[in-house]
Design a protein around this ligand. Sequence first.
Ligand code: SAH
Length: 391
Amino acid sequence: MERIVLAKGRDWSVHNRHPWVFGGAVAEGSAGPGESVEVFSSSGERLGVGWYSPKSEIRVRMVAFGADEVSIPALVSASVGRRADFFVNSYTNAVRLVNAESDGLPGVVVDCYDGYAVCQFTSAGAEANKREIADALMKYVPMCRAVCERSDVRERTKEGLECGGFSVLAGEEPPEFVEIFEGGCKFLVDVRNGHKTGFYLDQRDARAIVGAVCNGAEVLNAFSYTGGFGLFARAAGAAKVTQVDISSEALALAKRNEALGHSCGTEMEYVEADVFEYLRKCRDSGRKFDVIVLDPPKFASSHRALERAARGYKDINLLAMKLLRANGCLATFSCSGAMSREFFFKVLSQAAADAGRGFQVVSTMRQAADHPVALSFPEGFYLKGALIRAI
Ligand code: SAH
């Protein structure tokens, strides 16, 4: 293994188990893309083992700390083992099995849909080790039918990796749509072309929290994707659900998902529109709602883009706040990692002030428990949400 020596005074974060070593922190040594390297402090102390990436600003991603050695099968089996509860409870058959850095496997995301594991490899080390990772998943995931790869992820370019499509690394070819269940709802997941690995598993807990305030309500599910929040609202007995998304494919799948579930008489409406425009249309026509969900895509991909993103968040939240009936609830989210929870709440407060209405926070929400965040890696905390009630 090549040796990497860090510059003087640049070893404290690795000491504290932060997994990233930036190029500027490396004083000596190099290696090929994805190769394992031993990392030392300037005084010669062994800090651990990492994956080297010559093209990336993040030059080394740590996979073992201190005197520990790396075993990919052990890391995969430990990560899967931490989700044992998901395999014994019957709430869902779709779970994130590996959450990258926070599970000790930098740049490795694995979501499993009814036995079909779908991976994204976004670091050079993850790419170099993907065969071993796939073999370990086949071995350790209960009732694993296949391990597939989605390499259509833009982050790969930062690591000098090519962006490809979908491929099966091990096991059987998955069906066109994998059917999953979550609570009382069923969803079809397009593991080849759907967003991320096919479904927003990170919103699982939030879908249940929001569903709980939807009985009898008129609900607007803005940025609906394949209907998640809206179908939870329907299962909870909403009077009417309006699903709005800009993608016709997402809405087509949302309709098919509706057909998989039971109706308690909820009226369902599907609107292909830009949410920014749709909210203004509702304002102009005087339409009101009891519950509004705002789950937009990432507006800020970097700290530099934060100010512009904040304007976007404020715009949609202000509009939504004004469309709520008295005692109505707004479930609002930001999945921009660059935006802190504090900043997001500041934007919400400003929007409420401009809307001229009082709100109380009923719940705060975060990414579901199968998307844990290592305490030493706060960057892993990206999804924040609030359920607020107009008073
Ligand atoms: N709430 C969903 C996930 C939402 S992902 C769930 O629980 O599954 C964000 C969605 O916003 C995507 O489906 C994308 O197509 C849609 N989208 C992005 N920009 C949009 C816009 N300006 N107007 C409407 N929808 C948009």
